[in-house]
Design a binder for this molecule. Structure first.
Ligand code: BGC
Length: 506
């Protein structure tokens, strides 16, 4: 059932993007190469051999992008900084002033238009020069990331008051170093993800403390990290083993990073037990999950001011007895996941529109971490089509997800402070190239000017923002999904039956 009501006055609505996915200008004005530049340049790595070389050309379109953000009426814009655009070699002995100018223009433009910048320091595009010394497997990266962050706080922090260290650290650890499908393509599923996560947590904590020690007093911002979270529903809710499996899945996926930060500086007990026991059965001398010292735990605990996360879908989980070899972070979880085939599918495998999962997930965060202030930084749906200006499926997605977020806030007392749609515009969608479209704006990637066109979902989202609420029935117009049901009459009767229709405000 839809629930109608108003979000709090200071609720922050926004849209999100990331540097490699929108900027282009991959080697412009002295930018250094990143691991994604090099990876996409190898034929066969990306669908249709697409690259982010030009992407949406946002590097050259600051004014246009800000114009579109104003038209949407967003209160914030979340984007990421390309580390190698600022430090071409990854180190602060090589500062690229053109890169700094670009971000200054963007930030100044946003601030001048009352749009709060939410800035992510790392959305996967590591400078190649730092990969060459071992990437996130090397603890040298802790200092180097801190020195990059320090420069960004010093340079942009007078205007940027909301910082995110890592976008989806689990993706960095698992896809980059476990499954190996993302650069740097390390295929070591049993150990490297845990070692990398250990370093990422230390790097995050270091940067948090730098902000705290040197900048917080004068700049007064907040800083967090941003995991991605799929809600998981136990397959048989009456079976305690499935309930435990669902919790275990969330602990391995999210708690891996947020338990140390929001709880006690250490990994969730269930991770320590599972990985520890399995390592013993695998005849290893010690657990594949590294151990923090008491001092490190103290240093990591409490290093986030707010709880940020991205979410796209839900899954069904059941407990499972998994094989011991090959060693793997996935087998360590002793779960099996699947999706319900009745859930609406999308362009991304296993991304299904399951809006009620968002409300449950928000409640889980509230219960698990003591109701911190929560920001949804990415939420949206990918559709495989070049032109989806009439993107009714996306409108339905946003209508239902925003509504479930509202229920969590109003009915369940979740401390939800913001919601960002992914994405601002169609972007380079990693391994899938330009095939799946997530944007509120269509980008014509065949046209060298990369023109942007607002989709119907952009108009719909702007309406939600303007009203700061979901509208009641009598203020809405229903639209039918199926052409053959499109007579007004049929549509309204279907809407009353809450089927096959969605509503937009008049
Ligand atoms: C990532 C985005 C990506 C989106 C859709 C998120 O996990 O942060 O960069 O575009 O998923 O696949």
């Amino acid at each position: 059932m839809y629930f109608y009501g108003t979000f709090p006055e200071d609720f922050t609505w926004g849209v999100s993007s990331s540097a490699y996915q929108v900027e282009g200008g991959w080697d412009a004005d002295g930018k250094g190469p990143s691991i994604w530049d090099n990876f996409t340049h190898v034929p066969g790595n990306i669908k249709n051999n697409d690259t982010g070389d030009i992407a949406c050309d946002s590097y050259n379109k600051v004014e246009e992008d800000i114009y579109l953000l104003r038209a949407l009426g967003v209160k914030n814009y979340a984007f990421s900084l390309s580390w190698s655009r600022i430090f071409p070699s990854g180190r602060n002995n090589s500062i690229n002033s053109h890169g700094v100018d670009y971000y200054n223009r963007l930030i100044d433009g946003l601030v001048a238009n009352n749009i709060t910048p939410i800035v992510t320091l790392y959305h996967w595009d590591l400078p190649q020069a730092l990969q060459d010394i071992g990437g996130w497997e090397s603890s040298a990266l802790i200092d180097l990331f801190d020195s990059f962050a320090d420069f960004c706080f010093q340079t942009f922090g007078d205007r940027v008051k909301f910082w995110i260290t890592f976008n989806e650290p689990q993706v960095i650890a698992w896809f980059g170093y476990g499954a190996g499908t993302f650069p740097p393509n390390v295929n070591d599923p049993g150990s490297a993800p845990y070692r990398v996560a250990h370093i990422l947590l230390k790097a995050h904590a270091r940067v948090y403390h730098t902000y705290d020690d040197k900048y917080r007093a004068s700049q007064g911002g907040v800083i967090a990290l941003c995991p991605n979270i799929d809600w998981v529903e136990p397959k048989t809710p009456s079976d305690p083993r499935d309930i435990e499996a669902a919790d275990r899945y969330l602990q391995f996926l999210v708690g891996w990073f947020t338990h140390p930060i929001f709880k006690n500086g250490d990994y969730p007990d269930v991770m320590k037990w599972k990985v520890g026991n399995r390592s013993e059965l695998q005849n290893l001398p010690s657990s594949r999950l590294p151990v923090f010292t008491a001092e490190e735990r103290e240093y990591i605990r409490g290093t986030a001011d707010v709880f940020c996360f991205n979410t796209y879908t839900s899954k069904i989980v059941t407990h499972a007895t998994t094989r011991l070899r090959p060693f793997s972070y996935v087998y360590d979880q002793e779960v099996l996941t699947k999706v319900d085939s009745s859930w609406p599918s999308s362009a991304i495998t296993d991304h299904r529109a399951v809006a009620w999962g968002l409300r449950r997930l928000l409640n889980w965060i509230k219960e698990e971490y003591g109701n911190p202030p929560i920001y949804i930084i990415e939420n949206g749906v990918g559709i495989k089509t070049k032109s989806d200006i009439d993107d009714n499926t996306r409108i339905f997605y946003y209508k239902t997800y925003v509504d479930e977020a509202l229920k969590a806030y109003k009915l369940d007392g979740v401390n939800l402070r913001g919601y960002n749609a992914w994405s601002f515009m169609d972007t380079f969608e990693w391994l899938n190239g330009y095939d799946p479209r997530f944007g509120l704006h269509q980008v014509d990637f065949d046209n060298p000017n990369r023109p942007r066109t607002p989709k119907r979902s952009a108009v719909y989202y702007a309406e939600i923002i303007r009203n700061n609420e979901t509208k009641s029935d009598d203020q809405t117009t229903c639209v039918c999904f199926h052409a053959h049901l499109s007579s007004q009459r049929n549509c309204f009767s279907l809407w009353s039956a809450k089927k096959h229709s969605f509503c937009i405000t008049k």
